[in-house]
Design a protein. Structure first.
Length: 362
């Protein structure tokens, strides 16, 4: 290079620099979005739950509205769904209350069996260590009683926040189910005409993917809960109904939630029925994981959008790091919606380009 000659930049470096500043801008926007959502996460969670309720109940409300006025159909659908949920919770509470005395006896005997098992080979733990551990746990609870009470009081604040979020979710779902299409049409009319069609295309793809994923993940959760409940009932494991409900809720976290719920069931089985039944429950983790991964989740993704299992796992972990359990639940449908919108807009752009080329005179 001659003195005074400006340095040449290779095409690769130009391309890398162009992508780098775009990625930085996108990163700043994503960080800002999460910062805003972090400040108002209750509102975001409430709206997300409202959309979930809408995706589940809108078809039923449309069916009921064929014979009744739409406001009455929406009210009947929501009230019937609330009654169903409360009935399930009452069934779970009754099951726990009915088995309470048996549970106390089985868990006391089960803890003794676990201690005997740990004292024998191959663990050979010192019996005094186990007794000392129980004593230390009792001393910790008695010495930190005030801390536990304060935590319980602060937990009451969280309960109020959860109830407020649920109330806002139900309130928003009423309007989404009743007139969500009109609200979306009004929103599109506020946009510039040049982007209105693209927003409509992206919106249709997003809602189709979100409803497909929601219906599919509820189906996966219901099948898992039924399988787990029947298996635990046949094995004689206590709390089969509550553990099945836990499996239903945990299945909303793909790939990770179901094994965690079954691990809890394995601990209950170990304490109540011994290591053999617990080993069988652990075997259920493998069986249900295979059914979920190779049969149910492919059906879900075919209804919504296909994501590689590695992408799903990374998305769940990233959502958990960003927003805890809420992020783990929201992450996969959010990524699915974003990818489906990107795909729909890309296909629309390709179709428009093909039409423009076909319309050009030869």
């Amino acid at each position: 290079m001659q003195p005074g000659t400006p340095p040449t930049v290779t095409p690769f470096l130009r391309t890398a620099a162009a992508y780098a500043w775009r990625i930085l801008i996108v990163g700043v926007l994503v960080y800002s979005l999460f910062a805003v959502l972090g400040r108002f996460h209750e509102i975001g969670v409430a709206l997300f739950l409202g959309l979930v309720i809408t995706a589940l109940l809108r078809p039923l409300a449309d069916l009921v509205a064929r014979g009744l006025p739409r406001p009455i159909a929406v009210a009947l659908t929501l009230l019937g769904s609330i009654a169903l949920v409360l009935g399930v919770l009452a069934l779970v509470g009754e099951a726990v209350a009915g088995e309470r005395s048996t549970l106390v006896r089985e868990f006391r005997d089960g803890i003794g069996r676990i201690e005997d098992w740990l004292e024998r080979p191959p663990f050979r733990l010192d019996p005094g260590a186990l007794g000392g551990l129980q004593a230390r746990i009792g001393e910790f609870l008695s010495s930190h009683r005030s801390t536990l009470i304060s935590e319980a009081v602060s937990g009451a604040h969280h309960v109020v926040a959860v109830l407020t979020t649920l109330a806002l979710a139900l309130f928003s779902s009423v309007f989404f189910i009743h007139s969500g299409d009109r609200q979306w049409a009004w929103f599109k009319e506020q946009l510039p005409g040049s982007v209105r069609e693209r927003v409509a295309t992206g919106g249709r793809a997003a809602w189709r993917t979100f409803t497909g994923y929601t219906h599919g993940i509820v189906l996966v959760a219901a099948v898992n809960a039924v399988l787990v409940g029947i298996a635990l009932w046949l094995l004689g494991v206590p709390l089969a109904v509550p553990l099945a409900l836990l499996e239903f809720l945990a299945a909303f976290v793909p790939l990770i939630g179901s094994p965690v719920a079954l691990a809890v069931a394995a601990v209950v089985a170990l304490a109540a029925k011994g290591p053999v039944v617990a080993a069988i429950v652990i075997g259920l983790i493998v069986v249900i994981g295979q059914i979920e991964g190779h049969l149910l989740h492919p059906i879900v993704m075919s209804w919504a959008v296909r994501l590689h299992p590695l992408v799903v796992a990374v998305t769940v972990v990233a959502g958990t790091i960003a927003a805890g359990i809420v992020g783990a639940v929201v992450a996969v449908p959010l990524v699915s919606v974003i990818w489906s919108v990107h795909t729909a807009l890309r296909e629309d752009r390709t179709a428009r380009k093909a039409e423009a080329e076909a319309a050009e005179p030869e």
